[in-house]
Design a protein around this ligand. Sequence first.
Ligand SMILES: [Zn+2]
Length: 221
Amino acid sequence: MRFLLFVIMLLVPAMSWAEQPSKPAKPKLCLQPLGKYDAKMLAASKRGVEYVYGFAVEVRPKLKMPKAAYYKPRKRYRADILLDYLRKDVLPKTDCEYIVGFTKHDISTTKGDVKDWGILGLGEIGGVAAVVSSFRTHKKLKNPHTALRRVVKVVNHEIGHVMGLPHNKEPGCLLNDAEGTVLTVDEEHGLLCESTIDYIEKHKGYAVPRHKSFDWTIVEQ
Ligand SMILES: [Zn+2]
């Protein structure tokens, strides 16, 4: 018995010492306003990312929408070109590891046979950049807070893709397939699933906060 106790005492300090080097630094994410944007929604998105992911978030000075992304036939901006712009031209000028463009202008991408499909947001799976538009979040509103909550959810959904996550089928979770509609966004509780947090912690090494329920008072302030 005494021997066993001795072994345990030896093991405990060895384990806590061994775990320390893997303790991750907080990654930094830049929120980049592009063209026209809603300042209140942007501020709420900053708090939302900090709350859900525990990242350090910097709001960058506003930039113009890049002309190359403009799609004249529909008077909106191509999200994939915006992602290229953010990754190649903007992110290297910051000290952020990730970047999320934020705008009020309508954005679009090609979806199956539809050449130009309007979307809420787009994030590179396992990349560094995402872009979110609040343009469609005002549709079919159920209460005054929904547009702001939708934006925060979309921002965190797209960051999930950037963390390397595809969609999942877990009801209510952030990475549940939104199919690009605002009403399915309303059904999300706004938090990451347990399995998603495990994935990020394992593959990225970040310590992600675990909340029992979403405290919107922190984000809505
Ligand atoms: Zn998605």
